[in-house]
Design a binder for this molecule. Structure first.
Ligand code: CAA
Length: 273
């Protein structure tokens, strides 16, 4: 990704689009972007393929992140049809939907994967809160997309599965870190190396779902959460998100210093000094 400003927003962001139509190629990427003031909703939109994702999908997600209007404070990720996402489009293994790199040029493959990861990492930017609204299957790359979000609202029909090792691969779309942070190494290992399905109730028990609701109540629950998130001061929200996401990697001393720094910034903003 390009250089970022203090709040994590790319410096290169140009005039923001008001609708998804301003980000080129989203249709072909199987994505729908709707922006309503401070809320952007990204819908994985290939229901006939259970929202299977291609390289174009991941590049499209990265493009959305780069061109998000400055007014957007909450990004909701959801899936159209019966599932959140069935993960990578299996046609990519046969070359049908664009082949995978074969690894013979490790540097090129590294760059290639890094570009796809950009589709996920922007969801952690402090200037937005990202919310995954998960129903049905969230498999492989779909599970990792949910893990890349700050908060997961999960319907009671949700089924998570980290399928990559069963296909001879590793989860490489930035999902291993949040999975370990949420569930611990032992549980993460057990889930990945058995590629078993985690149903919604277990997901809530092990911390994969912050909010668990009946399927019919998913949209309302997301709407309520978004309303509550927007009710908090934008600057305080960004500063608090910065603090919370760095807490695990900091010593108590470093984190205390970070709290002081952020609070001084808040005081200056509040008192105009
Ligand atoms: N890629 C391409 N097409 C897919 C797909 C996928 N991942 N998942 C589903 N589809 C297609 C099916 O082929 C089917 O197409 P047709 O109607 O033309 O037959 C259509 O979507 C509907 O699928 P199902 O009839 O199977 O729907 P279902 O609701 O009964 O089952 C499902 C849903 C459990 C997700 C099942 O489709 C499934 O297991 N899909 C494969 C999941 C998978 O293995 N994904 C890869 C994960 S690994 C990863 O993502 C990361 C990585 O880097 C490797």
């Amino acid at each position: 990704m390009g250089d970022a400003t203090a709040d994590g927003r790319p410096e290169t962001a140009t005039e923001p689009p008001e609708t998804g139509g301003a980000v080129p190629g989203l249709d072909e990427a199987g994505l729908l972007l709707e922006i309503d003031g401070a809320v952007a909703t990204v819908t994985l939109n290939r229901p006939e393929r259970r929202n299977a994702m291609t390289f174009a999908t991941w590049r499209g997600l990265a493009a959305i992140g780069r061109s998000l209007p400055a007014a957007v404070r909450v990004v909701v990720l959801r899936g159209a049809g019966p599932s959140f996402s069935a993960g990578i489009d299996l046609g990519m293994f046969s070359g049908e939907s664009g082949g995978l790199p074969d690894g013979s040029d490790p540097e090129a493959a590294d760059r290639f994967i890094a570009e796809l990861q950009d589709g996920y990492t922007w969801l952690r930017r402090p200037d937005i809160v990202s919310v995954a609204a998960v129903h049905g299957h969230a498999i492989g790359a779909g599970f990792q997309l949910a893990l890349s979000c700050d908060v997961r609202v999960v319907a009671d029909d949700a089924k998570f599965c980290m399928k990559e090792p069963a296909l001879g691969l590793v989860p490489d779309l930035t999902g291993t870190k949040p999975l370990v942070e949420i569930a611990g190494v032992g549980r993460a290992l057990e889930l990945c190396l058995t590629a078993r399905t985690v149903h919604a109730d277990e997901a809530a028990r092990i911390g994969l779902a912050e909010i668990l609701v009946p399927r019919a109540g998913l949209d309302d629950a997301v709407r309520d959460l978004v309303g509550a998130l927007l009710a908090v001061d934008a600057g305080a929200a960004a500063a608090t998100k910065r603090l919370l996401w760095q807490a695990a990697g900091n010593t108590l001393e470093q984190q205390s210093a970070a709290e002081r720094r952020e609070q001084i910034g808040r005081l200056r903003a509040l008192f105009g000094t």
